[in-house]
Design a binder for this molecule. Sequence first.
Ligand code: SF4
Length: 189
Amino acid sequence: MVLGNSRALWPRFLAWLAADRARLELDHPLNDYVASKVNSALAIAQAAEGFKTLAIDFDHTEPVVDLVGAAVAAGLLWRAPTGLGIHPVFGPWVALRARVVFDAPPPNDGQPAPPCRACDTRCRPALSRLKALSSEAELRQRAAEFIALRVACPLGSEHRYDDDQTQYHYTKDRRLLRSTVERMRIQTP
Ligand code: SF4
């Protein structure tokens, strides 16, 4: 099973932070949030269904797993000309978080129809402007170029992340979380 999030994650994550502001001081609050939610969901599912979880690989743990490749193999996403994983409903507005291996047979759902049809003139120009990255720090500096790849795609545009979520996914800048949670506190006396 491959797990990811849409923009639905963001308000829940902010509420989790606001419930205990010490979480804003964690090195990687979103990683901790995802791990806690995935682990508790798996514990509930295991108790209800009786299967065992053999392995969990998160997007933030080493060694790095090709989650897009796993999601394509699982029939969750389609690989776009840009290399992004494209969901039939959410388009590029998904973030993959974990791969879970169970001691159970996979469902036989078949592969989804490719969502990338004859529209690659939309995303290829953004791709052609992109130079290779040399480090994760560079990804943070050049986030706008990678965000442009997603914005170019018309599929799932109604599921686009808001600006704060988009920026945080690329920059992991905790100052953005602090200011957003502070705004929530002011708006909810
Ligand atoms: S613009 Fe078209 S080809 Fe490119 S990722 Fe989106 S759906 Fe696929």
